[in-house]
Design a protein around this ligand. Sequence first.
Ligand SMILES: *Cc1c(COP(=O)(O)O)cnc(C)c1O
Length: 420
Amino acid sequence: MHFFKYKNSELFAEDVPVSKLAEKYGTPLYVYSHKTLLRHFKAYDDAFNGYPHIICFAAKANSNIAILRLFAKNGGGADIVSGGELFTALKAGVSPKKIVYAGVGKTDDEIRFALRTKILMFNVESEDELKEINKVAGKMKTKAPVALRINPDIDPETHPYISTGLKKHKFGIPIEDAIEYYRTASRLKNISVIGIHKHIGSQITKVTPFVDALKRVLVLIDRLSAQGVNIKYLDIGGGLGISYKDEEPPVPRDMAKNLLPLLRGRKMTLIMEPGRSIVGNAGILVTKTLYLKQGFEKEFIIVDAGMNDLMRPSLYGAYHQILPVKKQKRADTFADVVGPICESGDFLAKEREMPMVKQGEYLAVMSAGAYGFSMSSNYNSRPKPAEVMVKGKEHCLIRERETYKDLLKAERIPDFLGNA
Ligand SMILES: *Cc1c(COP(=O)(O)O)cnc(C)c1O
């Protein structure tokens, strides 16, 4: 559920007409609803209320500092995958004691940064990484808190690009080898083993994969406990799906209903790392119709947002609903909605039934809050779009639109190329 709704024929973001935002801030424009963000965050917090837990928002889904601040203010933490995300999370006011750090390729610099700022734990993905963290922590005369990321070999039944918990994936440690890894970890002087981690994929629309994966991990926890390894933090990752089209994914309450009984009597802190399910439907991408073009075989609606602004359709063939910002009484047509990028793969929708729009009219690409802006790039030297947060009648720019100057800010012409 979200708060982008039509009032009469006009699409609103909470209490503000989307057209007004487009006029004021320009397009393409990301618009987030504060009320939706908070509602989704609280849905998790309330659902797991009966068990000690930390909700570590997966920053890679949307790393805008204002969004991280909103969750931090409400007791949330962060799941990070890079030094840059750690920096942003700390600046946003996320407590380091609520930061968990995943990713298969952590560098020494990043490990040092995380140790210095005393994050809750590293979610370690390989033996090499474990030894590297031990070495870096040793040099810093400290102990690194660690969870091992287990690959439970569970099929999340989602798109292959966003599935992570099968044997063939680069993520985590094969569950059969886990005991051996824990043994290695407990022998390392500068490692303190405190947790276990799993994350099986994204946009998962059933409860079963979560239940099955948790059961496997719990068996492992019991075996570890028998060997004297005490797991304090159980991190079950993120991955809950949202409704882009007609999916009916479980809500956090359904997750809690199925998962909490499995944890009864176990003294651990549960960590969750939701990303998409919190921000996905809390954001839209507003774009302007530039041209209509009748191709050889089909019609194109050419808009000012491209694959550099929202990559998901091009990358995974993902479906995003596209709605007119002002509904008109016009017939429908079938069209491709495409951007200005010089790539045939640059589309937001293919052969989509769309209302006949006219030049200059605004469209809203729905469910664009997760993996939207955070995956954007400057390809074709396009400045990145602005981002706005709406709260009731208020609206505030949370990221300025990039300028041409921003594009060149880090580039240099060597002396040997001389003057123009
Ligand atoms: C991407 C990721 C998440 C968030 O996944 P969502 O599907 O957005 O909930 C959580 N944990 C880890 C380790 C991730 O890589």
